[in-house]
Design a protein around this ligand. Structure first.
Ligand code: MLT
Length: 261
């Protein structure tokens, strides 16, 4: 599978494209359970965003904005011969990228699935905190920067799964410190999308995890209410990684949604 531009794309199946955008600090392997659910009817495109997974790591002091990341995704899709309208599925940071793809490349977006993500920009203190995490990654390494986040990612029931916790620890630890810093600065500087929500005209599925403390249910509900053509679901026994923690429920919502788009 080729590295395309700054992203790495894994493409499975044929049919109308469904593009999956992972959260921070993860990679495309977070969507394994979704391949089996929709890969027989759709062209599933799993993206490693710049700096993550098999995409080349960020170089020292490299700066990306979320809108540049969105442009890289679209360029990579185009270079792979995918230029049809696609459904974009974004988790958290992947959702921020999906918003930018909708804003900058609207003709590409047939539908949006926004999971565990928000339209709000960072508060000044949250942005400041990210800059500290970026500096920590560069000074002390990835583990020091990502460890405090670990507890918040999974609901207590999900933390019982050794398979899941080991995968998560390894995936997070594998990210290059430059990429951690790059993503932190990109997210800190991202735009607020709240005022854009009422202009999103494509069918949108919004999925929250009941125990998600990173993007709480009320924040996601308010976002869904702002999008004219959105449906909103809360998944029980899930924190911030709903597609991995509750793949059965998530996949059923996804399957029901893609049939209608
Ligand atoms: C993510 O899961 O991508 C992050 O929690 C996003 C963020 O830190 O805002």
């Amino acid at each position: 599978m080729p590295v395309i531009n700054r992203c790495y794309l894994e493409i499975v199946g044929t049919g109308s494209p469904v593009v999956f955008l992972h959260g921070y600090p993860l990679n495309r392997s977070m969507w394994q359970e979704q391949i089996s659910a929709i890969g027989d009817q759709h062209r599933v495109i799993l993206v490693d965003l710049p700096g993550f997974g098999d995409a080349p790591p960020a170089t020292a002091d490299e700066i990306f904005t979320v809108s540049q990341i969105a442009d890289e995704v679209v360029k990579s899709l185009h270079d792979c011969g995918i230029d049809q309208n696609a459904i974009f599925v974004g988790l958290s940071m992947g959702g921020y990228v999906a918003f930018e793809i909708w804003k900058r490349h609207r003709q590409w977006v047939k539908g949006l699935v926004l999971t565990n993500t928000k339209a709000l920009a960072d508060t000044p203190s949250a942005a400041e905190h990210r800059k500290k995490v970026a500096a920590l990654a560069l000074e002390q390494g990835t583990q020091a920067a990502v460890a405090p986040m670990f507890e918040k990612l999974l609901a207590s029931s999900s933390q019982q799964s050794n398979l899941l916790t080991e995968w998560l620890q390894q995936t997070m630890a594998s990210v290059h410190p430059n990429s951690i810093a790059m993503a932190m600065h990109a997210m800190a500087a991202r735009d607020d999308f709240t005022s854009q929500l009422s202009h999103i005209e494509v069918p949108t599925l919004v999925i929250a995890g009941r125990d998600d403390s990173i993007v709480p249910v009320d924040v996601m509900q308010a976002m869904a209410q702002g999008i004219p053509n959105a449906t909103f679901h809360v998944v029980e026994n899930s924190a911030h990684l709903t597609p991995i923690e509750q793949p059965g429920v998530f996949n059923q919502l996804l399957l029901d949604y893609v049939k209608t788009v």
